[in-house]
Design a protein around this ligand. Sequence first.
Ligand SMILES: C[S@@+](CC[C@H](N)C(=O)[O-])C[C@H]1O[C@@H](n2cnc3c(N)ncnc32)[C@H](O)[C@@H]1O
Length: 266
Amino acid sequence: MKNTSEHYNSDAYLSYFKDKVGGLSNCNRAEKIEKSFKYDQFHIGGVAATQKLLALMGGAHGDCVLDVGCGFGGVARYLTYSGGFKVFGLDLSASYVSVAQSIDKWLGFSDQISCERRDICDPQLGVRDFDWVVWSHLGMNIENKDLALINCSNAMKKSGKIIIYDVLLSCAVGGGGATYPLPWASMPCDNHANDLKSYKNSLLKAGFKVIYIEKYDDILPEILENEVPLDVPPFAGADFRECLVNLRQFLAQGIGAPWFIIAEKM
Ligand SMILES: C[S@@+](CC[C@H](N)C(=O)[O-])C[C@H]1O[C@@H](n2cnc3c(N)ncnc32)[C@H](O)[C@@H]1O
């Protein structure tokens, strides 16, 4: 866990974000928020993937969502703004939670979103009644997915759903051959990506029924056909562009790919 906290540390992010979004002094709130989604989605495919996630959720306006591993809160703000959800975010990184809270306040989201520093593997997480759990690019950091998913299940009401958007390992290629750092891990021992079979087993053990699975291939051509831009948000550490260059290679080699999984609490 120490390595994960060290990896997810970015002092430069808040000023980068405010420069990009706050520079638009003539813009109204809606214009700023819409622009902000280009800089705060810390997962493959950026806001296009979050749009897809929201479409797959198809949830009702006002549903309560637990966003586990919420990072800087980009997904939470998107779900609130475009989907009308109320979101509670949690994240292991104290500095990310603090940045998420600052941005929420700055862009006027504090009434619909709250967020706390918590570990999804903490057994004291407690029983709640969320309609949805959103788990976006978290699993690659979670060694004990059985426990994390049991905690998610406890936080949901019966028939509530979890949507997972993670990088899953390809069974054919196996997990080896990646170059580090990757966006979610500085070194191999911190990379807890698994294959689909392993996710299905962990979901079943935690009392979920898998109802939807999709390999998100649509997003790959745009990533593979273009070089990583020079100006990328400093999401994690000083070498984040290097992380993205290595990720592009990881995807090109077919070591893993982004997938959506939806499961219902039985
Ligand atoms: C790649 S970022 C994804 C952020 C966000 N979900 C998104 O898709 O834009 C992964 C996040 O998971 C958080 N994380 C890793 N391990 C965690 C744990 N055990 N409990 C809670 N959050 C964790 C990290 O601090 C980081 O913010």
